[in-house]
Design a binder for this molecule. Structure first.
Ligand code: ATP
Ligand code: MG
Length: 403
């Protein structure tokens, strides 16, 4: 196969490959960028593989950066852009079912392609548009199949993360996992235990945000992989409920996780524990926790001003997006209107602060001050009290008087 017109993203990199070839080596675009070119999908980054050793690449180009030289990766700087090139390599060892114990640089493209996970990811593309297809990846692309390169059992035994990659590509590309590959995952699912949760999480998030998350999730459940993920063991029934929901349209990780904890029926405390097990960032945990009361309000149809205020606009919109799956959402414009009509959007907009209450309302610094400020905020948000300084001071003194 020859691709006559490469997508624009390749153009500036072509002279780099030509220069490597002119020096007597081979160089190809490889991996996801080749797959996505043939599918006509958006390409996010390009990977280059070469027969030249890192030292040889560095001799050819004036400006390079050693970004991962022990794995054979060198970044070539050309006209202000960086191109990562990786020397062809084989991997061996995999004593721990994850990273190889040893990578060996080799001169042969086929050796390099052989170690890749799936046939659709084992295509190489020359700078002139010629596609090298040693493992029938083109046919599998056409048939929308995810098939391991070589014996699935061996490949998943070598690196258990590949099983998560299979289900995430099923979702991302809306492809089907080939029968033997699927069996291989079923056989080896328990090896996922050996993989760092952060790496599993990356693939799981991509699954939830893919083109056909229901397909990916169904594979994730049917193969048994879910049993080896934090907080999901024993939850097949609840998770299967998600397979009945169409039109996910989730847009970010916050939404994906909020949907998941909603489906699992977790409360705020359990949500924190669950997400910590998945080692998500504290920022993500905070965002999801802000979304949950909004989701609950939308669910029961009594979303209060205070709930919206506490969540903030971003979490409210994210929550609304999640509830679309369940049919609990408000039209986006209506939610926006409701949010925009809040008397204040943050504590900072309150017409008084601690300093003013101390100075003008005679309230002493301490826990009572915080409580009064909180009370004032709630009353203003609820429209019970005007947000002007004097009304707030009067109310503060009244609260103080009541003790
Ligand atoms: P995406 O578009 O999501 O980035 P990708 O195919 O580029 O998809 P990457 O994780 O960026 O995925 O990996 C780049 C390439 O490296 C893959 O296409 C595949 O050839 C190879 N690869 C990545 N991870 C593995 C793995 N665990 N085992 C074998 N090959 C892998
Ligand atoms: Mg990639």
């Amino acid at each position: 196969m020859i691709i006559k017109h490469l997508p624009a993203i390749f153009e500036p990199a072509r002279p780099v490959l030509q220069k490597i070839e002119n020096a007597g080596f081979e160089a190809y675009f490889v991996g996801g960028c080749v797959r996505d070119t043939i599918l006509g999908d958006k390409i996010h980054d390009i990977d280059i593989a070469t027969s030249a050793y890192p030292s040889e690449i560095k001799a050819i180009f004036n400006r390079t950066v050693d970004t991962g030289i022990e794995h054979g990766t060198v970044m070539i700087l050309d006209h202000g852009t960086g191109y990562e090139t990786t020397t062809f390599r084989t991997e061996s060892g995999y004593q721990d079912f994850r990273r190889p114990d040893k990578v060996t640089f080799v001169r042969s493209l086929s050796e390099d392609l052989k170690r890749r996970d799936f046939t659709i990811n084992a295509l190489a593309l020359k700078e002139n548009g010629e596609v090298i297809d040693l493992f029938n990846g083109l046919e599998d692309l056409q048939r929308h199949l995810i098939k391991a390169v070589g014996d699935p059992n061996e490949r998943f035994y070598e690196d258990a993360l590949r099983m998560m990659r299979a289900v995430r590509f099923a979702s991302k590309l809306n492809f089907v996992i080939a029968a033997k590959t699927f069996e291989g995952i079923k056989q080896n699912a328990a090896l996922l235990d050996k993989i760092a949760v952060e790496r599993i999480r990356v693939e799981f998030e991509k699954l939830l945000l893919g083109q056909n998350p229901v397909a990916g999730l169904s594979d994730f459940l049917q193969t048994g992989l879910y049993q080896y993920c934090p907080g999901l063991g024993g939850q097949k029934e609840k998770l299967s409920g998600l397979l009945l929901l169409n039109n996910w349209h989730l847009k970010n990780n916050e939404q994906a996780w909020a949907m998941l904890v909603t489906q699992l029926g977790l409360n705020l405390r359990e949500t924190g524990e669950f997400l910590r097990q998945w080692k998500t960032s504290n920022e993500l945990i905070t965002s999801v926790k802000k979304m949950l009361p909004v989701i609950a309000g939308l669910r029961t149809g009594d979303l209060s001003a205070l709930t919206l205020f506490k969540a903030g606009e971003k979490a409210a919109q994210d929550a609304n997006q999640v509830t679309k799956l369940y049919g609990w959402s408000l039209p986006d414009e209506q939610l926006k209107k409701q949010y925009d009509s809040l008397p204040i959007k943050s504590n900072k907009e309150l017409a008084v602060n601690g300093g003013i209450l101390i100075k003008d309302a005679g309230i002493k610094p301490g826990p009572l001050l915080g409580k009064i400020l909180n009370q004032l905020t709630i009353q203003v948000v609820n429209g019970k009290l005007a947000n002007d300084k004097q009304s707030l001071i009067n109310e503060a003194q009244k609260i103080k008087g009541e003790g």
